[in-house]
Design a protein around this ligand. Sequence first.
Ligand code: AMP
Ligand code: GLY
Length: 467
Amino acid sequence: MKVLVVGSGGREHALVWKLAQSKLRPELYCAPGNAGTAQHARNLAIEATDLNGLCAWAEREKPDLVVVGPEDPLVAGLADRLRERGILVFGPGAKGARLEGSKAFTKEILERHRIPCAQDRTFDRAGMAKSYLENCTQWPQVIKADGLAAGKGVFICHDAKSACAAIDSLMEKKSLGAAGTKVVVEEFLAGEEASVLAITDGETILILEPVQDHKQVGDGDTGPNTGGMGVFSPVPELTRRLQRQIEQRVLVPTIHALSREEIEFRGVLFVGLMMTDSGPKVLEYNVRFGDPECQALMRRLKSDLLPILLAAAKGELGKIEEPQWDERVCIGVVAAADGYPGTVRKGDAIEGVEAAEKVEETIVFHAGTARARNGDLLTSGGRVMCVTSLGANVQEARERAYRAYEAIRYTGKFCRTDIGARRAARAQEDSAAAPKRPARDPRLRAAMNERIQRQVRHERRRKEDGG
Ligand code: AMP
Ligand code: GLY
């Protein structure tokens, strides 16, 4: 079986690493991949955004599945173009990918289908946005570029002056290009953040273990937002009760909304949430695995990934059993390059990866790495690697991940030193006697999926009857 993974980050290395362990023994390809994916797959010299190149390769090679990692090719319609050629794809078409590609579109969907989220206004003129902000009485306000911005398009502003500066930068100076043509101004939500990822085929959902990213570049959540600086999983604060609330108030209504909007969605629905005093509220949708969330999930997933992705791509996810997860904690620490999330230095020699992987239960996923002609490993991006370690508890996982991180050497290396630290402090308070999370009850998933399917079928019949 031939499988192509599209992308070149740590997420794609983790996917390829996990797929390489499949009982279906796939022949793996990665486009374009990185020095890490090359250990398990054949890297193709085709960029993830080269849709023509990818389609030509797929026509020639007829892969049994294409797994699209990043958002850009999904937003550009790669999945549609491959499906038109009869190829199975894990990842939504362009219509579904708008949930990530346009924050204004997402807000429309959320509001139309009454899915809880922050109140907002959308602006396409800087002057209107600024006069609205100058008259705001409640601060902070959150300013969001409408389009794709690799996690760098959100600004939390504490007064009108900084908010107007953000508007100027996005809309007048075009600091993020076309992504800032429209801007969403949103109420600030306070609470604990959580991401919930679910695999879906549009009729059934399979919820993955909870995982928490660290978006800001500096310790203690300071400095600008990044694609993600580190991760831990599971998230004990996300109790089964809260998870059920998220299922009922957010995930199930989202799948219904997609069905009502006639959006076929086969891939990952990744919901960024704020757990507010009045319940979970949606901050954003992504239409793919998170990076570095995926790395922690792949380390903890015990079941074979390939049959799950194949079933979702075929629309047969209902046939898949609840996956098995490693009970242990995973911590992932991103090793970044000087300058990230701004302009970064590249081309520095990397050493010590083997030594890092000698640390117990540790795997280093590559992201911005490349091989020089002479075989040397070099930095080639802002997030260079993600060091992941499993441990019996968060302290042990942290100790291992940071010890492994120390073993990696390149000029300009830096990381956040507090990945999972708050969790570790809390775990100590809770003491070792913290209750073990009960396993998910498969009957609950079956009941939830039945509810979704009933609704989706009802919606279909209504449409067929011309209603
Ligand atoms: P987003 O890309 O929309 O998830 O935003 C990036 C980050 O900005 C989120 O992970 C939050 O930490 C923060 N954020 C976004 N929207 C809000 C909001 N309405 N209130 C508070 N924080 C927010
Ligand atoms: N780590 C957040 C993201 O992938 O969007």
